[in-house]
Ligand binder design. Structure first.
Ligand code: G6P
Length: 728
């Protein structure tokens, strides 16, 4: 269509010059013809004049006028009288209107509406100059010009159509060939066919073959329900679906902390679900983990680039420490993250606090980590795994620095409903920051739904619930549930004594009788964990079932955490007081029903306690997932022990064979404790067997694998689109 318009425009433009050319040519033609006429008749005319033979003169001139294009001819004698004028001589054309000079002269006149070209030639006679006037009818020129214009237009149009048609046929042919070769390349790639000897793959064939290899690997993985997820399968997945991909993790908490104690440097593994989940993944994948260097000896252990290889005993990946001053830590970590976002996202009825200066530090530190990602990245499109509520702004910041990066943000804590999130003064900035990610992951579909509702309420964007995606300013972010888990088998299980030996060791350590029933609770001293609530339920248990007094002990291991904050130190005080109160009420003969141990335990100690326990209590008031529940299950290779699990922990959606409780209801939790203490061994075994199967299959390698598969799909889609773009 466009080509046709252009052709028409060119044709129209060609008309005026072609007309001018035609007119110039016609004038020149008439002129030369008039001269020719004059040349051929001037002799006879002169003689007829000399003889005074008007009849002969008239006959000569009539002969000239026989030419179609000559309108009339006449002779103006020296006296100015018209003689021998032919029949078509216009009556009002007189010798006065003919130019008379010493040389030939030409003029245009309009006679009865028609254009006439008058050529006047002097003829010398003894009586002075006579003039031969030749009048040419120019109307044929207009006719010719019109005809020529039609020819020009027709020729140009015809020419254009022929060329255009030929071009279209050629393009069609080339496209057909290209499509055929593309189809062939896809077919070859699909069947894994080799090219004939001597022929190399073209660039596009190579890319298609590579893409197919990756897609096949991706499909193979995702469609194989029975994939046994392990460090090796995760490693293989990376090699096949994301070859050459660079993995960078960003988290606040570092996996290894170096602390100085009594002049020596100690290595500590922090109490953090995030770290327990990600550390085995990094050991399997390799890459760089960027985290806050929070230990008192951390600076002594890094190189000039603030890096060190970890795990220190058997290095598998790189830890890059980022430094944060105390003032910054107060604002970013204690302030905005833990006094603002943490209580905002957990329904534990602790009021969130939002302070402007905390927000400033939060932004600064997010930018510092984003800059560290850009500095550590050695490729333009690394896979960046941003962790948790400490870095809600970092995804957008990283996207600005590395537009090609695949950014997967995982939110380890619950996402509240839109109304609750609306409390946050910087809700739009936080949502915008997160939507810089390629994927945002939550533990449960419920949290994904809350996130969609929040975006819907506060940000102008396109939400597609069918594909589970949010598009903001042309950038698409997938929102997906990825229930986090633990490594299987857990490293901490290695070197553990048999269950019986653990039972003996723990009972001896706490001075308990060999037959004593033990319940354990192991976590950070955090108000979301429902530590007070479980103590209340023990109080109720011992009140309603006094037969357990002296026979039942609850060991609560609580690692001090965020103690600078009033909400945390208050909890510690309250828990100590409540334990004393309950012990005073139900203790007997030196036996205390509650043993509160406030210190950090390394994983092997934790696992020994799990193995020694009859039951484990996880009574979180609200928890994204809760990995303690899964670790307890993983520790029990004897398939014994009962898990009491809060319905408000994400883990309750997976570990359905636990005794599910409402921690706000002390009475029913007490009954669940009683039921657990009375549960027969075979029922324990049945439940534990199913839960172990769940954790074994849905382990942390699967969690990471599913995220990386989705990342691989995003990258493949981008490459297919780029390929299509470059091919067309
Ligand atoms: C939760 C958070 C983690 C955090 C962990 C320990 O699990 O989701 O991001 O690392 O608590 O808390 P802390 O403040 O000591 O890192």
């Amino acid at each position: 269509m466009l080509a046709l318009v252009v052709l028409l425009a060119l044709t129209l433009l060609a008309i005026p010059p072609s007309r001018l050319l035609m007119e110039q040519w016609a004038n020149a033609d008439v002129l030369s013809r008039s001269r020719l006429i004059f040349g051929s008749v001037q002799g006879p005319v002169r003689r007829a004049l000399a003889d005074g033979d008007d009849e002969r003169l008239a006959s000569i001139l009539a002969g000239v006028a026989e030419d179609d294009r000559v309108l009339a001819v006449g002779l103006c004698d020296a006296g100015g009288t018209m003689r021998g004028a032919t029949s078509m001589m216009p009556p009002d054309f007189s010798c006065d209107s003919a130019a008379r000079s010493e040389a030939e002269s030409f003029s245009h006149i309009v006679q009865d509406g028609r254009h006439v070209f008058v050529a006047t030639f002097p003829v010398s006679t003894p009586a002075g100059n006579a003039y031969l006037a030749v009048l040419n009818d120019l109307s044929y020129i207009a006719e010719r010009t019109w005809q020529i214009q039609i020819y020009v237009v027709a020729t140009l149009l015809g020419f254009g159509l022929v060329i255009g048609g030929a071009g279209a046929v050629l393009i069609f042919y080339l496209l057909k060939r290209w499509a055929e070769s593309l189809r062939q390349a896809v077919e070859n790639a699909r069947r894994g066919k080799r090219l004939p000897a001597g022929r190399d793959m073209s660039g596009i064939e190579r890319q298609i073959a590579l893409l197919f290899k990756e897609i096949e690997a991706t499909r193979g993985r995702s469609e194989t329900a029975e994939v046994k997820w392990s460090p090796q399968s995760l490693h293989d997945l990376l090699a096949t679906t994301l070859p050459d991909a660079e993995i960078i993790i960003v988290s606040n908490r570092e996996p290894y902390i170096h602390n100085r104690r009594n002049g020596a440097i100690e290595l500590q593994t922090p109490a953090s679900g995030l770290v327990s989940a990600l550390e085995p993944v990094m050991r399997a994948c390799g890459g760089t983990w960027i985290a806050h260097g929070s230990g008192s000896a951390d600076r002594d252990m890094v190189d000039a680039q603030d890096r060190l290889a970890v795990p220190p005993s058997d290095p598998a990946y790189r830890l890059r420490r980022v430094w944060v001053s105390e003032e910054e830590q107060n604002g970013y970590y204690y302030g905005l993250a833990n006094e603002g976002l943490w209580p905002l996202c957990h329904i534990a009825f602790v009021r969130p606090a939002f302070r402007e200066e905390d927000w400033r530090f939060y932004r600064t530190i997010n930018q510092r980590f984003a800059d560290a990602v850009a500095a550590e990245a050695t490729t333009p499109d690394p896979i960046v795994l941003v962790q948790d509520y400490h870095f809600a702004l970092a995804p957008r910041m990283i996207r600005k620095l590395l537009p090609e990066a695949t950014i997967i943000t995982f939110w380890h804590i619950p996402w509240p409903n839109a109304e609750t999130f609306g409390i946050c003064p910087w809700k739009e900035e936080i949502l915008d920051g997160l939507l810089g990610s390629s994927i945002i992951g939550f533990h449960t579909q419920f949290h994904c739904n809350n996130f969609f509702d929040t975006v819907d309420r506060f940000i102008e964007s396109r939400i597609d619930r069918e594909t589970a995606a949010v598009t903001l300013a042309g950038h698409e972010t997938l929102i997906r549930p990825y229930p986090i888990s633990i490594e299987w088998p857990p490293a901490a299980l290695k070197g553990q004594l048999p269950v019986e030996a653990c039972r003996r060791a723990v009972r001896e350590r706490f001075g308990l009788a060999p037959s004593a029933c033990i319940a354990v609770g192991i976590e950070r001293f955090d108000y979301t964990k429902g530590i007070l609530d479980r103590m209340h339920s023990i109080d109720v248990l011992l009140t309603l079932h006094p037969e357990w007094r002296g026979r039942f002990t609850f060991i609560q291991v609580a690692a001090p955490t965020r103690s600078k904050l009033a909400s945390y130190s208050r909890l510690q005080d309250e828990a100590l007081a409540l334990a004393d109160e309950i012990n005073a009420r139900h203790g007997q003969d030196g036996h205390q029903p509650i043993r509160l141990v406030v210190r950090h335990h390394e994983p092997p100690e934790v696992f020994e306690l799990f193995r020694a326990a009859d039951l484990c209590i996880v009574s979180s008031l609200h928890d994204g997932m809760n990995l303690v529940a899964k670790e307890f299950v993983a520790a029990r290779d004897d398939e014994q022990g009962v898990l009491i699990l809060s319905t408000f922990a994400g883990a309750s959606r997976e570990l359905t064979e636990a005794l599910i409780v409402n921690p706000y209801d002390a009475r029913s939790m007490a009954e669940a404790l009683n039921a657990a203490l009375l549960m027969p061994a075979d029922e324990q075994q049945e439940r534990m067997h199913l839960m172990r199967q769940q954790v074994r299959e849905q382990n942390v390698y699967r969690w990471a694998g599913r995220m990386l598969l989705d990342a691989a799909r995003i990258r493949q889609r981008r490459r297919v689109l780029a390929l299509a773009g470059s091919a067309l």
